[in-house]
Design a protein. Structure first.
Length: 416
């Protein structure tokens, strides 16, 4: 039985048993359900333990080891602009579309209060984060940490990411003989962190069960409905984003007829949907770009591999919806500053999603921390990530081809 299947079975078992406990109402059964919750907390803490070294190391390696401006040239600059714009639009789209749909999910005030009480420390951190970011001006000031080590200790992910990006850019400007040891060091840290992530995921079924059981005991049968609603909302929202944003962008900015682009994208989309891997779809994307879209070699040989490894616009939509769902589940109010923190962190974090099962959900931890949302809810998202991941990956691959089409057209027009 695969890890994905075992995690899904653990989630369903926890939700069913928790619903039974809720219906019976026995104090002894409720106490037993609550007794397993520390195991879920340990699982979440183990993930949080490895997130900061993984994020910092991955960002440093990704930025510092990228080809310099002379090698990348105009193609790399244009690609970066397209990536950032698309990711920002994707996250903003989710912020606008998801909340009205998520409000339709019934969550009783008493259940919400119980969930927040079980995550008192995180809820307290959320309240503190709101008072620390009263205005947009203060939010901008807080982006630059006076002490990056303290930012890491406090879990202030967005300021830590800003420092890491600045440090990585500084490393990229060093002479090759000075840069190589640093890149190798952080590459080793990233690889070791991924091993730790794999170890943590190996016990994910236990952690997910320990999170789902007390959750369902508090929410009752509505817990399963809430989780199912999240899956449907994510699948529909990511598909709609591809249809109403990505396809029109290929037509308007890439100057490719809609039918031609849709037919060209189908093979890579089929691989993405079945494999849940953008990298596995790369050969199909390259073949499509060369034979069906007629893109220049600079795009097919450089931009598409870069996009498959780093550009995940479906992840931007899906991560934002995941954060908003957890906030809804725990009754955490999100003001404009918190929503802005979610969007900004999602845009950056999608560039460093680890290439492991549920990597997108693991990369959601900094997003939740940035907005003061309890990370305990992430364990539920891991349990049902298979279906959302299929739609996210398909949208990722569609976005890769759209970006290649837009940059390819600009390259042909300018002769670069």
């Amino acid at each position: 039985m695969s890890l994905t299947t075992r995690v899904l079975v653990a989630l369903v078992l926890g939700l069913v048993l928790g619903a039974v406990v809720s219906m019976v109402g026995s104090p002894a059964l409720v106490a037993a359900a609550n007794a397993v919750e520390p195991l879920g907390t340990l699982f979440i803490n183990a993930i949080r333990m490895v997130v900061i070294p993984l994020v910092v190391a991955s960002l440093v390696v990704g930025v510092a080891s990228a080809p310099d401006a002379r090698a990348v040239g105009k193609v790399g600059a244009r690609a970066l602009v397209v990536f950032v714009v698309a990711l920002t639009i994707g996250a903003l789209y989710a912020v606008v579309v998801a909340p009205p749909l998520l409000r339709l999910i019934p969550v009783s005030p008493s259940a919400t209060a119980s969930l927040r009480a079980s995550a008192a420390a995180t809820a307290s951190a959320a309240r503190e984060s709101v008072t620390k970011i009263p205005t947009a001006a203060q939010w901008l000031v807080d982006l630059v940490p006076p002490n990056p080590v303290k930012a890491a200790v406090d879990g202030a992910m967005l300021p830590l990411i800003v420092f890491t990006l600045a440090f990585a850019l500084a490393v990229s400007r060093l002479a090759p003989e000075r840069r190589a040891p640093l890149v190798a060091f952080f590459g080793g840290v990233a690889d070791a962190s991924l091993v730790l992530v794999q170890w943590v995921l190996a016990v994910a079924p236990v952690g997910v069960f320990a999170l789902a059981l007390p959750l369902a005991a508090r929410l009752g049968a509505s817990a399963a409905g809430a989780v199912a609603s999240y899956v449907v909302i994510t699948a529909v929202a990511t598909t709609l984003f591809a249809l109403v944003v990505l396809y029109p962008a290929a037509v308007l900015f890439g100057r490719v007829p809609l039918g031609r682009f849709a037919r060209a994208a189908l093979p890579a989309q089929a691989v993405a949907f079945s494999s849940r891997s953008s990298l596995a779809s790369l050969p199909a994307m390259i073949e499509t770009a060369r034979t069906r879209l007629g893109l220049p070699d600079s795009v097919t040989s450089f931009l598409l591999p870069l996009a498959a490894a780093t550009f995940r616009v479906g992840g931007a939509v899906g991560q934002t919806i995941g954060a908003l769902f957890v906030a809804r589940l725990y009754g955490v109010p999100l003001d404009a500053a918190a929503l802005l923190a979610i969007v900004a962190t999602v845009v950056v974090m999608t560039f460093s999603i680890p290439g492991v099962p549920a990597g997108s959900i693991i990369a959601l931890v900094p997003v939740l921390l940035a907005a003061g949302i309890p990370v305990e809810g992430m364990g539920i998202l891991i349990g049902v990530d298979t279906i959302p991941d299929m739609f996210r990956t398909t949208t990722n691959v569609t976005g890769d081809l759209v970006a290649a089409t837009i940059v390819g057209r600009r390259s042909r027009e300018s002769g670069a």
